[in-house]
Design a protein around this ligand. Sequence first.
Ligand code: GA4
Length: 333
Amino acid sequence: MLVPSPMIRTKKTKAVGIPTIDLSVERSELREQVVKACEEYGFFKVVNHGVKKEVITRMEEEGAEFFAKPNSEKLQAGPATPFGYGCRNIGHNGDMGNLEYLLLHTNPVCISERSKTIAKDPTKFSCVLNDYIGAAKELVCDILELVTEGLWVPDKLSLSNLIKDIQSDSFLRINHYPPLNQNGNKNWAPSKNDGNIDNNASIGFGEHSDPQILTIQRSNDVGGLQISTHDGLWIPVPPDPNEFFIMVGDIFQVLTNGRFRSVRHRALTNTTKNRMSMMYFAAPPLNWWIEPLPKMVTTQNPNVYKPFTWAQYKKAAYSLKLGDSRLDLFKLQ
Ligand code: GA4
């Protein structure tokens, strides 16, 4: 079943610049910029991030190689319950998208097992994936430390330590959006990529926020990602294959007691080009209790959320539809 294209026009789009942060600038300036971008958009692009181009390219090649396989072979890496290959189905409550994907746990033991069903050379695949995950994790931790410094949280490592924890529930998702023509049929013929979004696009992955703390996203040079501003306008994000986009997730909203808001976003397909995106979702361990950082709660700004564990939040997220505002369930009256 196809997601009808009129849904794309439910809100206005706005052409504005995406906040871009150069991670090579002086730290005191950087932490203010990061906090501001998290507050204003819950979204920003980072440049001079220090991730080696080779790490990105190799991951991109492995992803493309997997999705180019015949369906019968891809299905051997599925179903994605919870990890592996999935196609069209999103979550457990009937949401559908125009995409296929791989969901991969970041634990090296899980990676090594899973690689056997994904790649011809599982050792190489695990190695490439581990390198990419390692780089994404390092970048997330840098950003979390900039935020804690920028918010004057006494323990600067309090958030990055959750992601570095061996029990962290972080994972990687690789999405492949095959080209869809105006009738919604797949058109696999390759064509020149110019990164522009076309007018006949369909919804590839519907509007939602990510449940985790932070997401690090990058894609090939085909556009499709859109973010929603706090006043409800859609902003198309021009693709930039060498850079990363950072998104505030629901848990970061809770940790900052609503000062940051998770960014609602969606992905459109392209009528002629294959789009591939990769997301590293940074999450705490399942048994970790989530509540606003003490620094974020004041008499003027009292606590808004009930305490809950990451496992409880995940369970709630999977019991709802993709676009639902799940944080409402955890608000204090
Ligand atoms: C959104 C972010 C991640 O892609 C994801 C998604 C998950 C899924 O595709 O299985 C969810 C979705 C995401 C949010 C609400 C629930 C869970 C589908 C869905 C309806 C893997 C995640 O962690 O949450």
